[in-house]
Design a protein. Structure first.
Length: 174
């Protein structure tokens, strides 16, 4: 059993919400290459200018607007979540191979690993998305773990649980 206690901070909310938003918006590309190409093409189609050198400038301006919009919503939500007493209270997670028990502000939740999709990881967070509800995600700050060995143990537990709950389709050779 692995036990951790943590409180999600505002910048961790922002990082997790931004990454999960980008993954939902650009699941295959996972970056801003597609919007950049789209905006360059849009600038060319609309015909902001007949001078070819100005099209990248307009694309950069449109990309900056897109980035402000993409970052603005997660930033606002992160601010709201960090001010919410219930969401910013300490949580204790007891993690074992079969389930996770979450204790937070007088409530106890027991969640099976089947409730989570494949774990994601960012610079500072582990992210456990809901297997059924794409908008729901749990964030676990990496700083909640005592050391790298504990982080590695959690990664292995999550990986084994995911493989056990969602086995890969086997290909039969004939």
């Amino acid at each position: 059993m692995l036990e951790i206690t943590y409180t999600v901070k505002g910048w961790e909310w922002f990082e997790g919400l931004l990454i999960s938003s980008l993954k939902r918006l650009f699941p295959r590309v996972g970056s801003l290459i597609f919007p950049l190409l789209f905006l360059i093409g849009l600038a060319g189609i609309i015909g902001f200018s007949d001078v070819g050198e100005s099209i990248p400038l307009y694309a950069v301006i449109l990309l900056a607007i897109l980035l402000v919009l993409l970052c603005g919503v997660p930033a606002l939500r992160a601010f709201q979540y960090s001010r919410n007493k219930l969401l910013s209270s300490p949580s204790t997670w007891k993690i074992c191979g079969e389930r996770i028990e979450i204790h937070s502000r007088g409530t106890e939740t027991k969640v099976s690993w089947k409730s989570f999709g494949k774990m994601g990881e960012s610079w500072h967070l582990f992210m456990l998305p809901s297997a059924t509800h794409t908008q729901s995600i749990y964030f676990i700050p990496k700083r909640a773990f005592r050391d790298n060995a504990q982080r590695e143990r959690f990664r292995e537990m999550a990986k084994r649980a995911y493989e056990r709950c969602f086995p890969a389709k086997t290909v039969r050779k004939e």
